[in-house]
Design a protein around this ligand. Sequence first.
Ligand code: SF4
Length: 400
Amino acid sequence: MYPDRVVSGMRPTGALHLGHYHGALKNWIKMQSELPCLFFVADWHALTTHYDDPSAIEGNTWDMVIDWLAAGVDPSQATLFIQSKVPEHAELHLLLSMATPLGWLERVPTYKDQQEKLADRDLATYGFLGYPLLQAADVLIYRASLVPVGEDQIPHIEMMREIARRFNHLYGKEKGFEEKAKEAVKKLGSKRAKIYNELRTEYQEQGKEDALEQAKAMLDEAQNLSMIDRERLFGYLEGSRKLILVEPQARLTEASRLPGLDGQKMSKSYGNAIALREDKDSVVKKVRTMPTDPARVRRTDPGEPEKCPVWQLHQVYSDNDTKDWVLKGCRSAGIGCLECKQPVIDAVLKEQEPMRERAQKYIDDPSLVRAIVADGCDKARKLAQDTMRDVREAMGLSYS
Ligand code: SF4
């Protein structure tokens, strides 16, 4: 099997906010220490909806990478790069488009949703229809095993899996595959080869899934196989084709628990966001002017935290003692709203402090960010080129 790998991207939409931090970046930071991770700026995706005004993309890209680094994404652990700097994404997108049925793209739920939500934009374009396929290319080109997604993105991962399966089915036929696979079996050594053949028969004739898993585990452990022989043997277990592209799995991430200042989803366009590196005075002002339970007209009026967006921030930022203090103090009018907001202000500022510090060195010396991204692009490109070599060969385009 190909090594485990995580791929995730973000569209460069400008300064990130704390909703992005709690919803995605914290998860990236956790995963980067567990598995090889590739995180990319999806600048081509930004063009699918903003093709008529690309002026902000470049600036937003650098700002966003600084935000990632500020949040704790570590370039010594994860590979950070820009999608358009790895043109193999576009090549794979094009090649996959040859065999992707139009209906698969039209039925992606977000296609219609987005067209309705962004009714002010002309999205009747080829690029917009094809963006889930470009997403598929973004992932499949790295043979990624895992993609962190929210619940609403699961249909996209399902489609990526179907695309990989279809590709392997159409192009995984290798001349002399059966013979080459049999030769590879021999390389396992006689004892393992016998077990492999028995497990393969059990799976193919009786459909035993555990036999398949056992055989895969055995191949994972086999040290003396080349990558290509290993892939042949994986393919031979299930049929008579090589696995060229890997079917990724969705790693479900918790939906962001951090609401905006008005209790709705935090979003820059709703004007209810706190930027990741927002200026201290502005954070204080924003939280102090947040709406509260409308029942608390006067200081002496009791309130109900469940009806107050500040309470939702306490859920994320406060310990149990503070939450008890809020519940009791609010319901008895024992505390005022400004008093209640102070622990939230303190916690947000404390969370942002190391981010501001980390960001400063990149703001002072932008060449550091450029160097990190250039290095990431090189690494990503090498991996992408490996896959494209196999893809071209499988599609009869290697011209060697
Ligand atoms: S005391 Fe706190 S929870 Fe209660 S209404 Fe005021 S801000 Fe909201």
